[in-house]
Design a protein around this ligand. Structure first.
Ligand code: SF4
Ligand code: SF4
Length: 102
């Protein structure tokens, strides 16, 4: 699962620079996590860095974004590829088996 920031956030700015996926940004009132970018730090660290640092413990898992560790790892790989080649991300092909042997 991706993580989320609750309204207990005190906007201390500590978590944003610690996120290896740039998933954290300041929203309208408090910091927010982009679930499309949060891997729970899978691929980078053993523990979620934002959770480790947050002084008010306001970063639980996001129950709306259910993902297995394998899916988080796949998201990590996808994000790495996108970072290495932004154009490739825009053209992310869905590649079903194109050839169907008769
Ligand atoms: S768990 Fe890791 S990837 Fe997710 S928001 Fe926190 S620091 Fe970023
Ligand atoms: S570390 Fe916690 S309190 Fe500080 S900005 Fe991030 S979510 Fe908010």
């Amino acid at each position: 699962m991706a993580l989320m920031i609750t309204d207990e956030c005190i906007n201390c700015d500590v978590c944003e620079p610690a996120c290896p996926n740039d998933a954290i940004s300041l929203g309208a009132e408090i910091y927010e996590i982009d679930p499309g970018k949060c891997t729970e730090c899978v691929g980078h660290f053993d523990e979620p860095q934002c959770v480790q640092l947050c002084p008010v413990a306001c970063i639980p898992v996001n129950p709306a974004v259910v993902e297995s560790r394998e899916q988080l790892q796949a998201k990590f790989v996808r994000l790495q590829r996108a970072a290495a080649s932004p154009a490739a991300d825009a053209a992310t092909p869905s590649t079903p088996s194109a050839s169907t042997p008769a």
